[in-house]
Structures are given as C-alpha cells and as structure tokens.
Ligand binder design. Sequence first.
Ligand SMILES: C[S@@+](CC[C@H](N)C(=O)[O-])C[C@H]1O[C@@H](n2cnc3c(N)ncnc32)[C@H](O)[C@@H]1O
Length: 204
Amino acid sequence: VSRDAVRASYDAFADRYAAELAEDPQDEPWARGTFAAFAELVGGPVLDVGCGPGPAAAHLHRLGVEVRGLDLSPAMVAIARAQHPAIRFDVGDMAALDATGLGGIVAWYSFIHIPPPERPAVLAGFRDALAPGGHLLLGFQVGDDVRHHDRAFGHAVSLDFHRLRPDAVAALLADAGFTEVARVVRAPLRAEPTPQAHLLARRR
Ligand SMILES: C[S@@+](CC[C@H](N)C(=O)[O-])C[C@H]1O[C@@H](n2cnc3c(N)ncnc32)[C@H](O)[C@@H]1O
C-alpha cells in the first residue's frame, strides 16, 4: 500500500475515525500508566507521529509536556487542529522527519502502517530526530498477521494494519541505536481482537 493510498484512505474516513475510534489514553489504565511514565521521562519537546485527531498529543499536553503532532492525512490534521487549538499539528510523513533534538517521539498505533522493508529506515529517522537519551514510545496490536482493509465506513480504502511482535520490534530498535526501557503487553479489553503492546525505548 503506497503512502498516497494511506493518506487518501484516512482522509476518506477521518471524521468517523475521530468520532468513533480514537481513544483517549486517559480512559485505559495501562495506556494511562505508560503515558505517565513517558511524560516523566522526556526532557524536551515531543512529536506525536501519526497523531490522527490528536488524542495522545492532547493527553501529553494535559500532563504538561510540550508536544506537537504530525500526520500524513490533511483531514486528520484539520480535525486535530480544530479539537486541540493549543497544540501545533502539521501534515507530514513519519518516514521523512526534519526535526532534531527532540526529547521524545510517540508513534501510537501508527508505525503499524509502515511496511516491513521500511521499518529500519523509519526507526533510524526517529533516532536521528531525537536528542541522545530521548525516548520513543510505540503502541501496537500484538500478532504476526497483516489485516488488509479495502472498505471502511462505507468508503473504498486501501490500508494494511500490521500486527507486530514486541521481541521483533525490540530487535529492530536495538539495531537502530535504541535501548529498551520498558514494555507493557496486556490482554485484549472489550472487543479488541488481540493483546496490545506498548514499547518504550531510549536513544543510546
Ligand atoms: C490508527 S490511526 C492512529 C491515530 C492516533 N495515533 C490515535 O491513537 O488515535 C493511524 C494514523 O497514522 C497516520 N499515518 C499512517 N502512516 C503515516 C506516515 N507514514 N506518516 C505519518 N502519519 C501516518 C494515519 O494518517 C492515521 O492518522
């Protein structure tokens, strides 16, 4: 699935995503704990990549963290700006960050759209955008399969959702110059089809 297809897909249902699917980390105890730890650990500005309508950025902002958001989808960015006027949101690709010296990067259920061959380069880009000692937080569904969607909310879309194994992601992170700090793997809640993982790492 090309970047253009990912962008067009999320543009097509950004309003429904924001209204029906986006979850505030505040509302889920493990996410709340993970973000609390991340907020305590980061020592500089944070970039929420693949921010969607901005729930993670907004949560960090409430915790007193200096945060900006970035998303491929202009429709998502427009919703994020409207819902969270105190936070800066930009359109952009997490695979082509131009930031440097960040205290933290969050990729909350967004790295899941990066195809396997691109993952090392994207993580190397995260490393380069972080200051030494900066923290990276990834959230993802645990599994081995790729779920392809070609319809969403009545729209024709093309999206791959990659489930990931924490050990495999941790190995990629180590290769990219990160040290693992913590991981949370929790059982499915409510109607979730898989366990969920939060992986926190620090740039060496
Ligand atoms: C499942 S949504 C998660 C949104 C948000 N983080 C949340 O927790 O609700 C995935 C988001 O990642 C964005 N995305 C996918 N690939 C991206 C890329 N290469 N660069 C930036 N954003 C991307 C999509 O546009 C979409 O808004």
